[in-house]
Design a protein around this ligand. Structure first.
Ligand SMILES: NC(=O)c1ccc[n+]([C@@H]2O[C@H](COP(=O)([O-])OP(=O)(O)OC[C@H]3O[C@@H](n4cnc5c(N)ncnc54)[C@H](O)[C@@H]3O)[C@@H](O)[C@H]2O)c1
Length: 374
């Protein structure tokens, strides 16, 4: 019998899931049980999903259509409650990243699966380039960079964008926990592969903003593991110069958004094609449990611990207008020289306040608790 798949949260990023559903429907791999969104969602020519019933209430979708598999693509602070309803309805689940808001929610989710399959939407974990980097067991300090530009409109795209609270409830946004979340997740996976399991024990953080938002658009993080190994991440959404993003481990470098890899001794980057789809992988695992899940919840505990500590830390510091220049296209300002700075921080492991960057402020330090056992 064909697997019946439903989608909760069909607007916004849900369009990418509608495209996947259309592709798998056309290939005869699934039936689309139904779509759900609180808002009306316009059909898209790439993914018309003709005839799929539409619901505004997920409980009605679940009780009427009885799907085998559900994809949840709603804002992070809504994930846990929706996921519990999906498990109560007996369906397997692909839950968008970040899965949950805290380690307490992680444990609640883990203990509520009741034997159902749970995959988390960190699609970069399906990267063949990442697998090749991990298999090479690179050694050395880990540095993560990324320098992008996001105009003011980016922070108007969703009610929770750029916010710390919505309706009095915490939400999860900020450069490293949202747009660069895949970089952080991949760096934690690489650290696990590069030695004994990486257990972050200390987090040192500098968060900055260039505009009137509640969260950060420029983030520097140093994570120290129980064995002394470190991951230093430096990312910004306020750069005039684009750096796609790199994870550097000693002499190995993965340009993670493009799957370009350079292993020690190799002169140049080479493209390593291949990304396994997370829904396809979940369907394969459903059919044959010897096929491993690429992004099970257990793999994301370190990410959740770090994300929880970041959003619970003091509000980001504003970088004053004297350090900013308007972006040539309008829509906000950029930090002059930030592209060089993110590289320097990731390469040296020293945060901006430790190297005399004039707009930098002393960082925030947190001791992280134990992660749940895998
Ligand atoms: N994997 C990725 O690369 C990637 C990229 C972008 C976003 N995301 C994740 O996807 C999720 C959604 O992000 P977004 O930017 O589309 O958010 P969004 O705020 O635009 O929400 C998506 C949709 O969910 C709907 N929605 C909200 N609550 C609902 C509910 N209770 N029932 C049904 N529908 C509901 C909204 O109406 C909206 O259409 C987030 O977890 C985000 O982090 C992942």
């Amino acid at each position: 019998m064909t697997t019946r798949v439903a989608l909760i949260g069909a607007g916004g990023h849900g369009l990418s899931h509608r495209r996947t559903l259309q592709r798998l429907l056309d290939a005869g791999r699934i039936e689309v049980a139904g779509l759900c969104d609180r808002q009306p969602v316009a059909a898209h020519p790439d993914a018309p999903l003709d005839g799929a019933p539409f619901f505004t209430d997920h409980t009605e979708l679940l009780s009427v259509t009885r799907p085998d598999v559900v994809v949840i693509c709603t804002p992070p602070h809504t994930h846990l409650a929706l996921a519990l309803d999906v498990f109560a309805a007996g369906a397997d689940l692909l839950l968008e990243k970040p899965p949950v808001m805290s380690l307490a929610e992680h444990e609640k989710l883990a203990s509520s699966c009741g034997g159902r399959i749970l995959q988390i939407g960190f699609q970069a974990l399906g990267s063949v380039a990442l697998a090749e980097l991990c298999a090479a067991e690179p050694s050395g300090e880990i540095g993560v960079t990324g320098a992008w530009w996001r105009p003011d409109t980016y922070y108007q795209r969703a009610p929770w964008a750029g916010k710390r609270l919505v309706d009095g409830r915490p939400v999860l946004d900020g450069a490293l926990v949202n747009p660069f979340a895949h970089a952080l997740m991949q760096a934690l996976v690489v650290a696990d592969a590069a030695g004994p399991e990486f257990r972050p024990v200390t987090l040192e953080l500098e968060r900055y903003r260039t505009r009137a938002i509640e969260t950060d658009d420029t983030t520097f993080l140093r994570l120290t593991g129980a064995d002394g190994r470190r991951i230093t991440a430096a990312v910004t959404l306020a750069s005039p110069v684009f750096i796609a993003g790199e994870i550097r481990v000693g002499e190995a470098v993965l340009e993670y958004p493009t799957d370009r890899l350079r292993l020690p001794g190799e002169p140049d980057f080479r493209h390593v094609p291949g990304r396994a789809g997370l829904l396809e992988n979940l369907l394969d695992h459903r059919r044959d449990r010897t096929v491993p899940l690429l992004a099970p919840l257990s793999r994301t505990a370190g990410f959740t611990a770090v994300a929880e500590a970041i959003v619970a830390s003091p509000a980001p510091e504003e970088i004053g207008p004297e350090w900013l220049t308007p972006h040539p296209d309008g829509g906000g300002s950029v930090i002059a020289g930030i592209d060089s700075l993110v590289r320097e921080v990731a390469d040296t492991g020293r945060l901006p306040s430790e190297t005399g960057v004039p707009w930098a402020r002393p960082g925030h330090r947190v001791a992280l608790g134990a992660l749940p056992a895998h």
